[in-house]
Design a protein around this ligand. Structure first.
Ligand SMILES: *Cc1c(COP(=O)(O)O)cnc(C)c1O
Ligand SMILES: [Zn+2]
Length: 438
């Protein structure tokens, strides 16, 4: 069916490079690459046939059919032998709704729980594709001694997990003191070599690109567009989860901006396959501490002005010089998209509100909720519209944030009252009094 193998293709000058080469930028003009898949791949079957095929592969089964990424394998890396797939059961995450919260907000909000996965963030969706591809190349005899990434914490956890599963060495470069305790212990547990560097993410990114120029080390950052091929499946899953319909809006937090471009790419491919003729509007929500895309959007999509990222609870999107900026602009233009900028105060309030309705938001998803609240307030999102928010990580990876949020100790943020446990002596009368009293 997929006789034409996918290639890398420059988003600027359309130069193509075979997928088995380790290139991360266009050799002709230096721009970003994307994976080019022949449009005929999506037209090889009719929409009803595709839906039936994907519906028949269900989450929860062992192996590629039970993966929310590889369930769509004809569209992900056509031609990759199924035996080379390295899967840890990624994707297949729940699409949840809280009627209580929706009554309060006045919209139909659904949450795509992408953090409910092995490493606790959506990064698993992309990493299964990248590691499967490297696994294939190594079997074909390519000399790839290790795979490396710079990370704000979640990419490295996912890379280390998939590398461990495949028996491939991994190197991770983290900014010292800027990742959570869970994010640091994850790659260590998986046996990655962890470099904690005295810089920020943007600084780590510079180092890892140099590192990958040496000694055949393979780059696993989202600059490597293979990751996007896995992450785009969140669009397929949202559509499938809504019985092959699409919502009015999809809201997603953005840092390096690979994920927002992946989302739009997924919707575009659903259109190519004839499954939809309309794509949702995309809202990319940034933390005000690092919002270069928002600044561009506010100035009619002006060229990127890199920022020095400021401190934010949302450390995974603390990025001042986003690599996938041009792809994000394309994604927003194609989806009548908007960008919001959300303060620490807004993200903390959003987390508290959602948690009080049965969620446990990571700070990045709280940024997305903050963006939704802004959209409702300004009338951009109207009552009765359906909105899907992409929850990018599990709240349990960010207990420092949750603790600060509960104790009301986030710098420059004020919350109504701290949440504290009530300390009680080992005495029944006191227990009853504390449990039932005012
Ligand atoms: C990586 C990450 C993001 C940002 O995704 P980008 O593709 O860098 O925009 C948001 N939230 C979490 C939890 C992440 O790990
Ligand atoms: Zn080019």
């Amino acid at each position: 069916m997929s006789s034409v193998a996918p290639t890398f293709q420059c988003i600027n000058c359309s130069t193509r490079v075979p997928l088995d080469q380790a290139v991360y930028a266009c050799p002709t003009c230096g721009h970003l690459l994307e994976v080019h898949i022949d449009p005929e791949v999506f037209r090889a079957r009719g929409p009803e046939e595709w839906k039936a095929l994907f519906d028949q592969r269900l989450a929860g089964q062992p192996g590629p059919d039970g993966s929310g990424v590889w369930r769509f394998r004809e569209w992900v890396l056509p031609g990759l032998p199924v035996d080379d797939i390295v899967t840890l059961g990624e994707g297949g995450s729940a699409l949840t709704r809280s009627p209580r919260l929706n009554e309060h907000l006045g919209i139909d909000l659904l949450t795509k729980q992408c953090g409910h996965t092995l490493s606790g963030s959506f990064k698993d969706l992309g990493m299964t594709v990248l590691i499967s591809h490297v696994n294939r190349l190594r079997k074909l005899g390519h000399d790839i001694p290790a795979v490396a990434c710079a990370s704000t914490g979640d990419t490295s956890a996912a890379l280390a997990a998939y590398g461990a599963a495949a028996g491939i060495r991994t190197l991770v470069l983290l900014p010292t003191g800027k990742v959570s305790a869970a994010q640091l212990v994850q790659p260590l547990s998986h046996g990655a070599r962890v470099l904690a560097i005295e810089t920020d993410f943007d600084g780590c990114m510079v180092h890892v690109q140099k590192l990958c120029g040496e000694g055949n080390v393979y780059l696993a950052n989202s600059k490597n567009s293979l990751r996007i091929e896995g992450q785009k499946t969140v669009a397929f899953e949202i559509c499938q989860g809504l019985r092959w319909k699409l919502p009015d809006w999809v809201v997603i937090p953005g840092g390096n901006l690979g994920n927002v471009s992946a989302l739009a790419r997924g919707f575009e491919q659903l259109r190519l396959a004839g499954i939809t003729d309309r794509i949702p509007r995309i809202m990319c929500a940034q933390a005000s501490a690092a919002d270069p895309l928002y600044n561009s959007y506010e100035h009619d999509f002006a060229p990127l002005v890199p920022q020095q990222a400021q401190d934010t609870m949302a450390n995974a999107i603390r990025i001042g010089n986003p690599v996938s900026f041009p792809k994000a602009i394309h994604a927003l233009k194609a989806s009548a998209g908007v960008v919001t900028s959300v303060t620490e105060q807004e993200l903390a309030e959003a987390a508290r509100e959602a948690d009080a309705h049965g969620f446990f938001l990571c700070p990045h998803t709280a940024v997305a909720y903050g963006g939704i609240k802004q959209g409702i307030k300004s009338g951009l999102i109207s009552k009765s519209q359906q909105v899907v928010v992409v929850s990018t990580a599990h709240g349990l990876k960010f207990t420092e944030f949750k603790n600060h949020c509960a104790a009301d100790t986030i710098p420059s943020v004020e919350l109504p009252e701290p949440y504290r446990p009530i300390h009680v002596e080992d005495d029944l009368a006191q227990v009853l009094n504390a449990a039932l009293g005012e």
